[in-house]
Design a protein around this ligand. Structure first.
Ligand code: FRU
Length: 329
């Protein structure tokens, strides 16, 4: 079983590496032996980076859903974690005259003007996972980061019996999920004796998280728990603690809950909990089709989230309170 899990992780790693080299990819092209139906609409998908498994999964979810609809073709661009490049790529999509734009922006402020420019040109825009500022977009799709952060906080209070020393490794604080996962968490631990003794921006990146955790370990003799804003961050912190021989005395909690990443870490006992952050890729294509077919769509679509722990993982995790059954089919 363990061998299989490692093999799956290795394959995923290779996929990440491979997709990191590709800047542009298109669905809806002719397949050998099949007559090509000419797509009616072109969708531009601006992805902020493909360096992490979660984003590779998002693109895959988009691709798989789009494959069911020969009337659309999706052109993918990867900004390689560079806001300026992502800006330029959105402008390229506008100049290409795409029929609809899906954007998962790296940072809120620098990506707001190009998204607004597309919207002002009459191109419908779906903003996915991280937000932009203002309201010049057609629909936002994503899970409720503040709600997830609060759920983590409440879980931590329970797990530590209301008292303990915590390290918080934050996601990029110029991106909205970082801000919301932070403020939600602080709400969740309010009134308890949980003390955040060290906090740092690890920019969503595992190597950064590992480095920050090394500093925390050097400064503090006692750390009860690490809350990282994503699973790669939690894993980086775990590796730092392991190298210092202190991993057994610390509880690690992350967010994302991918089947081949966070859920595996929970099964292996590396993380005690991982909170699901759905990619929204499938939903983005469903909403795109509704828009292209002239239907009215909501301004905001909230995706539900589950928590995975060792106790519930075999049952498929547990929905956060009030979120069960909110998913689109
Ligand atoms: C991937 C990622 C995820 C995280 C999301 C937040 O780039 O860092 O791990 O949940 O972005 O936008």
């Amino acid at each position: 079983m363990k061998k299989l899990v490692y093999l799956a992780m290795l394959l995923m790693g290779l996929l990440v590496l491979f997709s990191g080299c590709q800047k542009e990819e298109t669905t809806g092209e002719a397949q050998p032996g099949k007559e090509k139906i000419k797509p009616r609409w072109t969708i531009g998908m601006s992805q902020c980076n493909l360096g992490e498994p979660w984003r590779v999964q998002m693109n895959l979810d988009i691709k798989n859903e789009a494959a069911k609809h020969p009337e659309i073709r999706v052109v993918f661009k990867d900004a390689q974690n560079d806001s300026l490049r992502q800006r330029a790529q959105i402008e390229e999509f506008i100049n290409m005259g795409v029929d609809l734009l899906i954007v998962s922006p790296k940072e809120a402020a620098p990506l707001t003007p190009p998204v607004a420019a597309a919207y002002d040109r009459g191109i419908p825009v779906i903003v996915l996972d991280r937000r932009v500022l203002g309201d010049k977009y057609t629909c936002f799709i994503g899970a409720d980061n503040k709600r997830i952060g609060r759920a983590v906080g409440e879980w931590v209070v329970k797990r530590l019996g209301g008292k303990g020393k915590v390290v918080e490794l934050k996601g990029l604080m110029t991106s909205t999920p970082g801000q919301e996962r932070h403020s939600g968490f602080r709400e969740g631990i309010k009134g308890s004796e949980i003390e955040v003794i060290f906090e740092a921006d690890m920019k969503w990146l595992e190597p950064e998280a590992r480095k920050e955790m090394e500093s925390a370990l050097a400064r503090f003799r006692r750390i009860d728990l690490v809350y990282a804003h994503n699973d790669p961050g939690a894993h980086g912190a775990y590796l730092a603690a392991k190298a210092a021989g202190r991993e057994k005395e610390i509880i690690f909690v992350g967010i994302d809950g991918l089947p081949h990443e966070g859920q595996v870490y929970v099964q292996q006992g590396i993380l005690e909990a991982s909170f699901e952050y759905p990619t929204g890729g499938k939903e983005a294509i469903q909403v795109a089709l509704e828009i292209l077919n002239g239907q009215k769509v909501p301004r905001e679509i909230k995706l539900p989230s589950r928590v995975f722990t060792r106790e519930n993982i075999d049952r498929g995790g547990e929905w956060l309170e009030d979120q069960k059954g909110e998913e689109r089919k």
